[in-house]
Design a protein around this ligand. Structure first.
Ligand SMILES: Cc1ncc(COP(=O)(O)O)c(C=O)c1O
Length: 389
């Protein structure tokens, strides 16, 4: 009998990502000859923009490609700061911007400087699942804030008050949020930020989907306070998921702490990706990316009524990102079982609510419209046929 090395006790609290498991099973079915419509993955189906790829090619020939400074290429930090001015009308000192390996790296660095054993971190339920696992890795305690469809799936002041304790150090928001695509509008966010900061805790705002808005102009929480953190990424809007590059904006007083943590965690974000990302803000790239946002809007406008017509109930339509969070209780009161049936019997991959928390998880599923309109039409037809039969 082989003796296995023991796992750290925290590993008992780290859960796998069900969407990834579904994707693996969908791929296995495809390998066996089945056709699967993918609505489970939160990854844009568009390739990395041409000018970004071109910038990487040039860097391969010209740049030294050693480590960059831990906080990132100065030119890229400058370009990101310029982007805040142009896109959000918000002036940000490039000295506060730290380039990271994706928003994932940014979230880990921010939590590492803010939370440790005994500290509580508020996370929305439903919400982005990796956040609670990052908190567990630091041996801090993620505390769910149950959010409701009636409030746009975003927290209210009363909901924060209900779970508040003196141990809360960090409160994590996202707008638009994953899995619902709903926004935390400025007035409510302002109120929440004051509540949190008045109690000596810190807001971490995930703005990874903030440029993918369908009905309103982009807005950054940086315009509300310089005591909060903003986390962002080149992954989604900029079409660079696999390049593993994102950034954070730190409060001026904590840039030095972030620098220390980033030096140790990553040394630096990938150098080739940093050179490539310099082209992400070029006007020709923006033109291309805005066409993609229009395509996502068109997909939402198709998929929302189409899902409702076959019996899913969407309590709050998404205002951004590429997700629809739908009540599936009419078909099954166990969304995990429903998603298994949809994958295996209808050939459509969808993520169950359980990936995102506990609140309403058994009666909700997430559709990602990260595939073409034609494939979405095909998917809805299959769902309609299967669920009616
Ligand atoms: C809300 C949210 N934050 C962060 C991430 C991580 O993104 P990145 O690829 O930049 O690490 C994701 C990815 O799905 C996400 O949905």
């Amino acid at each position: 009998m082989t003796v296995q090395p023991p796992l750290a006790s925290r590993m008992a609290r780290i859960r796998p990502f069900r969407a990834m498991d579904l994707l693996a099973r969908a791929r296995a079915l495809e390998a066996a000859g089945c056709d699967i419509v993918h609505m489970e993955v939160g990854e844009p189906d568009f390739p990395t923009p041409g000018p970004v790829v071109e910038a990487a090619r040039t860097a391969l020939g010209d740049a030294a490609l050693g480590y960059t400074p831990a906080m990132g290429l100065p030119a890229l930090r400058q370009a990101i700061a310029g982007h805040y001015g142009e896109r959000f009308g918000c002036s940000v000192d490039p000295g506060r911007i730290v380039v990271t390996p994706g928003a994932s790296g940014a979230l880990q660095a921010v939590l590492a400087v803010l939370a440790g054993p005994g500290d509580e971190v508020l996370v929305t339920d439903p919400g982005y699942p990796c956040n609670r696992n990052f908190v567990h890795l630091l041996e801090a305690r993620p505390v769910p804030v149950p959010v409701r469809a009636g409030n746009g799936w975003q927290p209210t002041l009363q909901e924060l008050e209900a779970v508040w304790s003196p141990r809360v150090r960090v409160v994590m928001f996202a707008s638009p949020m994953n899995p619902t695509g709903t926004l935390l509008e400025e007035g409510r966010l302002r109120e929440l930020v004051s509540f949190v900061e008045d109690r000596g805790a810190v807001v971490v705002m995930d703005e990874i989907y903030q440029r993918m808005l369908f009905d309103s102009a982009p807005f950054t929480a940086l315009s509300l306070s310089d005591r909060l953190y903003v986390v962002d990424s080149f992954s989604k809007y900029f079409g660079m998921t696999g390049w593993r590059i994102g950034w954070l904006v730190a409060p001026p007083a904590q840039v030095e702490a972030i620098d220390r943590v980033v030096q140790n965690l990553f040394l630096a974000a990938p150098t080739l990706s940093q050179h490539a990302a310099l082209a992400a803000f070029l006007p020709e790239t923006t033109t291309l990316l805005e066409k993609r946002v229009a395509a996502f809007r068109e997909r939402r406008d198709f998929l929302l009524p189409a899902l409702e017509a076959i019996g899913f109930r969407v309590e709050v339509p998404p205002s951004g990102a590429f997700y629809i969070y739908a009540d599936s209780s009419r078909f099954d009161d166990d969304a995990i079982r429903l998603c298994d049936r949809l994958l295996e019997q209808a050939g459509v991959a969808v993520t169950p609510g359980a990936d995102f928390g506990e609140e309403g998880a058994a009666t909700h599923v997430r559709f990602a419209f990260t595939t073409s309109l034609d494939r979405l039409r095909e998917g809805v037809e299959r769902l309609g046929r299967f669920l009616a039969g």
